[in-house]
Design a protein around this ligand. Structure first.
Ligand code: ADP
Ligand code: MG
Length: 479
C-alpha cells in the first residue's frame, strides 16, 4: 500500500467515486459536509454532523461507501463514523462519538449478474414441461410497489393499465405496455411495481427488469465473448420482460436488431413486454420503423406532472414512510413550489431534513423558504394576474379560457369574480388592466366582482373557506 496515504487523500478519491454514482444534489447534501479525520491502516474515520446524518448514510449509501472504500483501500477496508454532538459553537469543540460500521453488514451488490451465468440448463432445447423455470434474479427493486405509487389524474391510465397487466400478464390487450413521461415522473417506479406484483403472484414466472442501456452492454459483451446465442436464448426464455428507457436504443442499430428479434419471439409466444420511454413513441428518432411500429401495438400511457393535491399526497406518503412529521404549511409550501417532477419533490424533502438536522432546528416555514430558495427558479416572484388566474382555476378545476370567456355559468362567474378580487387585492394593477386580463371586461365589472366577493365572504361559510384557502395558496409563494 502507498505509504503516503492520508485520510484526506483517501477520502477525496472516495468522493470521486461517489460523485459519479449519485445526483449532484444528494452529493451536496450528504457528502460535502463530511470531513475525513483519521486513517488507521485500512480503517478510515469520517466525521458527520449528526446522528440523523449517520443513520441516513447507513441506510441509503452504505453499499456505495463500501464500494468506494474497497476500491481505495482494498479488501478489509473499514469505515468508522465520528458523530458531532452539540453544536460546537463558542470555544468548546464539539463532542464526537465513534461508531464503527456494522461489520456484519452484507455487502449489497447492485450489479446485474450477467444473464449468461444464469442460462445454465436452458441450452438444452427440450424444456421438460412442468419443470420449474430456473430461478433467475429479476433485478427488481422491492422498494417500489403499487401501494407507494400514489394515484392522481397525472398517472391514472398508466397506473391502472399497469395494474391490469400485473394481474394478468400477457392476458390483456396491453402488450406491449409502453409507459412514457419525462424524467422523475415515476416510470421506473411503476415498472418495478408491475414486476414485483407479477413475481409475487407467480413465483415460477421468469420476470426480468433491465435498463435499455444494460441490455445493450450485455449484448456487446456477449458479442465480444462469442456468447451471443446464450444471450438470445436467455432473453427469449423470459415470461415477462421489463425494459426501462428504450429511448436509449435510438441510433444503436445492432442492439435494435437483436431486441426486435427478442420482442417478436416473446410477443408471438404470448409473453408480456413492458417498456418505458422518456418521450411518446412517435417522437422517438433514429429508431427502426419496424421496432417503432411494435412499440405502438399495445397501449401507450403517459405519466404527467402531478397536480398540487397529488404532490401533497406524495410528500405525505414519503414522510410517513420515513417516520417524519412536518407542519402542514411547510408541506403545502414545498408542494406548491416544486412543480417539476416527483424526484425533485423528494430531493427538496431530503434537503429540508438535512438542513434541519445540521442546524438542529425544527422544520418550519422559514427554514423551508430559506432552503428552497436555491431550488425554486422564480423565487421572489411578484404575484401576477396570470398567476392568480392559474391558481384559482386549478382550485376550481376549470380552465383559464373559461374565466376569460363570456360564459355566465354560475361556477365560472364565481371563479372569475374571486380571481378579480385577488387581482385587485394583491397586485398593483389598475381596474382597467385587471378587466383586460379577463376577456376585456371594463372596470365597473371588476368593482362589482370585488363587492360581490366581499359580501359573500360575510354571508356564505363555504365561500369564505374557499377564499381563505386560495389566499393561502397564493401568498405562500411570496417571500
Ligand atoms: P423516472 O423513471 O420516470 O425518471 P422514477 O420512477 O425514478 O422516475 O421516480 C422518481 C422518484 O419519484 C422515485 O423515488 C419514485 O418513487 C417517486 N415517485 C414517482 N411517482 C410517484 C408516485 N406517483 N407516487 C409516489 N412516488 C413517486
Ligand atoms: Mg427511470
Amino acid at each position: 500500500m502507498n505509504e503516503n496515504l492520508t485520510s484526506d487523500s483517501v477520502w477525496k478519491r472516495c468522493l470521486k467515486v461517489i460523485r459519479d454514482n449519485i445526483s449532484p444534489q444528494s452529493f451536496k447534501t450528504w457528502f460535502e459536509p463530511i470531513k475525513a479525520v483519521k486513517l488507521d491502516g485500512k480503517s478510515l474515520t469520517i466525521q458527520v454532523p449528526s446522528q440523523f446524518f449517520y443513520e441516513w448514510l447507513e441506510e441509503h449509501y452504505v453499499s456505495l461507501l463500501q464500494k468506494a472504500l474497497k476500491q481505495e483501500l482494498g479488501i478489509g477496508a473499514k469505515l468508522e463514523y465520528n458523530i458531532v454532538v452539540g453544536n460546537g459553537s463558542g470555544n468548546n469543540n464539539p463532542y464526537t462519538i465513534n461508531v464503527p460500521t456494522n461489520k456484519n453488514q452484507k455487502e449489497k451488490s447492485n450489479e446485474l449478474s450477467m444473464p449468461l451465468e444464469l442460462t445454465t440448463g436452458i441450452r438444452n432445447p427440450f424444456i421438460i414441461p412442468g419443470l420449474k423455470k430456473i430461478n433467475i434474479d429479476s433485478q427488481l427493486n422491492p422498494k417500489y410497489n403499487f401501494d407507494n405509487f400514489l394515484e392522481g389524474d397525472c398517472n391514472r391510465l398508466a397506473r391502472s393499465a399497469g395494474f391490469a397487466v400485473a394481474n394478468n400478464p400477457a392476458g390483456t390487450a396491453f402488450n406491449p405496455l409502453m409507459i412514457f413521461g419525462g424524467v422523475g415522473l415515476g416510470k421506473t417506479h411503476l415498472v418495478h411495481a408491475i414486476g414485483n406484483y407479477i413475481k409475487q403472484a407467480n413465483k415460477n414466472k421468469a420476470v426480468l427488469y433491465v435498463s435499455a442501456e444494460k441490455f445493450m452492454n450485455q449484448y456487446i459483451d456477449s458479442l465480444k465473448n462469442g456468447t451471443n446465442n446464450d444471450f438470445l436464448n436467455f432473453y427469449q426464455y423470459l415470461d415477462v420482460l421489463l425494459v426501462d428507457d428504450v429511448q436509449f436504443f435510438s441510433k444503436k442499430e445492432k442492439t435494435q436488431e437483436i431486441f426486435f428479434q427478442i420482442f417478436n419471439h416473446l410477443h408471438q409466444g404470448g409473453k408480456q413486454l413492458i417498456l418505458t420511454c422518456d418521450r411518446p413513441p412517435r417522437e422517438l428518432k433514429d429508431l427502426d420503423e419496424r421496432l417503432l411500429s411494435r412499440f405502438k401495438w399495445g397501449l401507450s400511457a403517459d405519466l404527467a406532472v402531478p397536480d398540487f393535491e397529488t404532490r401533497i399526497a406524495i410528500l405525505e406518503n414519503m414522510m410517513y414512510a420515513d417516520g417524519i412529521t412536518m407542519p402542514r404549511d411547510v408541506v403545502e409550501y414545498v408542494a406548491h413550489n416544486i412543480d417539476t417532477n416527483v424526484r425533485e419533490l423528494e430531493g427538496a424533502l431530503i434537503s429540508l431534513l438535512a438542513q434541519s438536522s445540521l442546524n438542529r432546528k425544527e422544520i418550519d416555514l422559514d427554514l423551508a423558504k430559506q432552503m428552497l430558495k436555491n431550488l425554486i427558479k422564480n423565487a421572489n416572484r411578484e404575484i401576477s394576474i396570470d398567476y392568480i388566474q392559474k391558481l384559482v382555476c386549478e382550485y376550481f378545476t376549470i380552465s383559464v379560457e373559461d374565466v376569460k370567456s363570456k360564459t355566465r355559468k354560475r361556477e365560472i362567474v364565481q371563479a372569475r369574480q374571486i380571481a378579480m378580487f385577488f387581482a385587485k387585492d394583491l397586485t398593483k394593477a389598475s381596474l382597467k388592466n385587471i378587466g383586460s386580463h379577463f376577456g376585456n371586461r371594463d372596470h365597473s365589472t371588476v368593482i362589482h366582482a370585488c363587492q360581490t366577493v366581499n359580501d359573500l365572504i360575510e354571508t356564505d361559510k363555504k365561500f369564505r373557506y374557499d377564499v381563505d384557502e386560495l389566499s393561502k395558496r397564493i401568498k405562500i409563494n411570496t417571500f
